[in-house]
Design a protein around this ligand. Structure first.
Ligand SMILES: Nc1ncnc2c1ncn2[C@@H]1O[C@H](COP(=O)(O)OP(=O)(O)OP(=O)(O)O)[C@@H](O)[C@H]1O
Ligand SMILES: [Mg+2]
Length: 261
């Protein structure tokens, strides 16, 4: 009889914390949060890496200003990660053209992720932030079965429509036995300069009530602000590009909460 699938988890001797960033829904800001969290952790004085586990739609090279970079393959076949803003990175985007599709079967995809752990020269890291793809939990499950993961961060937007998916993500991480560090509320209301009223992109839902009832921490609330997206497009995460902005500060708060675990 097969044993517990979580019995064979490896501990990466050189990486203290593996942190998964996921959601139940696409487009809520996982990659944006992953990049800014990684740079913010670096600014807190930690050694940080970011792994782009979105093999089909890698965003990290663009968001970190590292398009068209090819990592060096050493003689021993180990891959030297690309470094930006002091953060070491690995992404399928470094191995294929940005606009070409990866047409792979599941097992090949999982092999690629496995190699991101075993063949990349990460060095000594405090935190390895992993940007998960949207969709079902198969990548999270693959990682959780292979590696000892310190915890997961769920990204959601404020409205009830998104809460349903956030609950699924909570359930998914429970099923794959990954401890939940907490939830990031992204695209929260923001007040433009000179305005007296905040702009509410999404109606406020029952997220807070749900989190309190289930004893889940809200790690940070990141306001919606076009500058967050503009900075990502330009390849400079806002934590690096506009460190004094309210948005950057909310990412720093997230990093401080994570670093405290
Ligand atoms: N707080 C924010 N304010 C403004 N724009 C944001 C914010 N967070 C994310 N965005 C923008 O929303 C879009 C989706 O973000 P992102 O790619 O990070 O989401 P994702 O969850 O990783 O998507 P996918 O599920 O496709 O991987 C991007 O254009 C990004 O710049
Ligand atoms: Mg993404």
């Amino acid at each position: 009889m097969a044993g517990n699938p979580f019995d064979n988890q490896k501990v990466m001797s050189n990486v203290k914390n593996i942190i998964l960033v996921g959601s139940g829904k696409g487009g809520v800001g996982k990659s944006t949060v992953s990049c800014n969290l990684a740079v913010a952790l670096k600014k807190c004085g930690r050694n940080v890496g970011i792994m782009d586990a979105d093999i089909y739609g890698p965003s990290i090279p663009r968001m970190m200003g590292a398009l068209q970079q090819s990592p060096e393959i050493q003689e021993n076949k180990k891959i030297t990660p690309i470094t930006r803003y002091g953060v070491k990175m690995m992404s399928m985007g470094f191995l294929i053209e940005e606009d070409s599709a990866v047409v792979w079967r599941g097992p090949m995809l999982f092999k690629a992720i496995e190699q991101f752990f075993s063949d990349v020269e990460w060095g000594e890291l405090d935190d390895l932030v992993i940007d998960l793809p949207p969709g079902t939990g198969d990548v999270a499950l693959t990682i959780a079965q292979k590696m000892k993961v310190q915890g997961a961060v769920i990204v959601t937007t404020p409205q009830n429509m998104a809460l349903i998916d956030a609950k699924k993500a909570v359930d998914m991480f429970n099923q794959v036995k990954v401890p939940l560090l907490g939830v990031v509320e992204n695209m929260a209301p923001f007040t433009p300069a000179g305005a007296s009223e905040p702009i509410t992109l999404f109606p406020k839902g029952d997220l807070d009530t749900y989190l309190t009832a289930n004893n889940i921490k809200k790690l940070s609330s990141i306001p919606f602000n076009p500058s967050v997206g503009l900075n990502s497009e330009a390849g400079v995460p806002i934590v690096e590009g506009q460190p004094d902005s309210e948005q950057a500060q909310s990412f720093m708060q997230l990093a401080k909460n994570i670093a405290g675990f």
